[in-house]
Design a protein around this ligand. Structure first.
Ligand SMILES: C[S@@+](CC[C@H](N)C(=O)[O-])C[C@H]1O[C@@H](n2cnc3c(N)ncnc32)[C@H](O)[C@@H]1O
Length: 261
């Protein structure tokens, strides 16, 4: 993968990598890793299928609805009130097929259309998987991704189409998608270099070995504005050496606020 797709999985948890390779062995009917390696070397299409298996794009709109409720009722209104004239800068890192970034765009519209019109928001959504980003840009989703979407929201921001729903242009235009590898601890070129008011990085660091996970979290804390929030996945935690900088804004929500220096 490093050679063919410039993605280095060596600092990912080996157990996850092995389970995903095993799935490809099953799918291709290869008896063992050596046979699979020969198949992989001979068929470039298999490289993308393996990449797809390794990146695990599972997501859905408003995944963990309580987190989105708190973002809507408490976190975003505070960030909007204190936002600088340039508006809010939001980054979804490990955005999969865009569900999370578009959920935030919908929240901003739902909080108050008037506020949304006066406080600009730049939402950058990045991922390492180019096929997921292409999917995200198309903004068409099947029912599985929409199970947590309330009927009123579905009717307001989605258009029914043959096999599911497509987001309205109003919401699509609020999100910029770009390729970015979090493991490099470099900010995405498409964004600004620091001072994000809200960063969502959920269910992505969980696949990294602890050392890379901690390094990445430190980097994310560094590009967060003072008073800004980092949202992690349910099974992800801030390492103890960062507890002084990042405090859980509301207990057990995995929403951490960066302390004002
Ligand atoms: C399970 S999804 C999480 C999606 C969404 N954040 C959520 O919580 O529903 C994990 C995503 O992280 C992406 N990913 C994995 N390693 C990455 C890396 N080094 N840089 C950026 N994205 C990465 C995968 O491609 C995948 O789309």
């Amino acid at each position: 993968m490093k050679e063919k797709r410039a993605i280095d999985f060596s600092a990912y948890k080996p157990g996850t990598i092995k389970r995903r390779i095993d799935l490809r062995l099953l799918d291709t009917g290869m008896p063992d890793c050596n046979a699979y390696y020969r198949h992989l070397s001979a068929d470039p299409a298999e490289i993308d299928l393996l990449l797809n298996a390794l990146t695990i794009n599972v997501s859905r709109f408003f995944r963990n609805p309580l987190v989105f409720e708190i973002l809507k009722e408490q976190i975003l209104p505070t960030l909007i009130d204190t936002s600088p004239p340039g508006g809010l800068r939001i980054w979804c890192a490990g955005c999969a097929r865009g569900e999370e970034a578009y959920s935030i765009a919908i929240l901003l519209k739902e909080i108050s259309p008037a506020v949304a019109a006066t406080v600009p928001a730049f939402i950058l959504a990045t991922d390492i998987d180019r096929s997921a980003l292409t999917f995200a840009a198309s903004a068409s989703y099947r029912d599985e991704a929409l199970t947590e979407v309330k009927k009123a929201v579905l009717e307001k921001y989605f258009i029914a189409e043959n096999n599911g729903y497509r987001l309205t242009e109003e919401i699509r235009s609020m999100v910029t998608f770009a390729w970015h590898d979090l493991a490099t601890s470099q900010p995405p070129k498409e964004g600004i270099f620091s001072n994000y008011h809200l960063i969502l990085c959920r269910n992505t660091l969980i696949y990294f070995k602890p050392e890379l996970g901690e390094r990445t979290m430190e980097f994310l804390s560094g590009v967060l504005a003072d008073g800004g929030c980092l949202v992690l996945g349910e099974a992800e935690a801030v390492p103890s050496r960062l507890h002084r900088d990042l405090r859980e804004a509301i207990p057990r929500t995995r929403i951490f606020r960066k302390e004002v220096a």
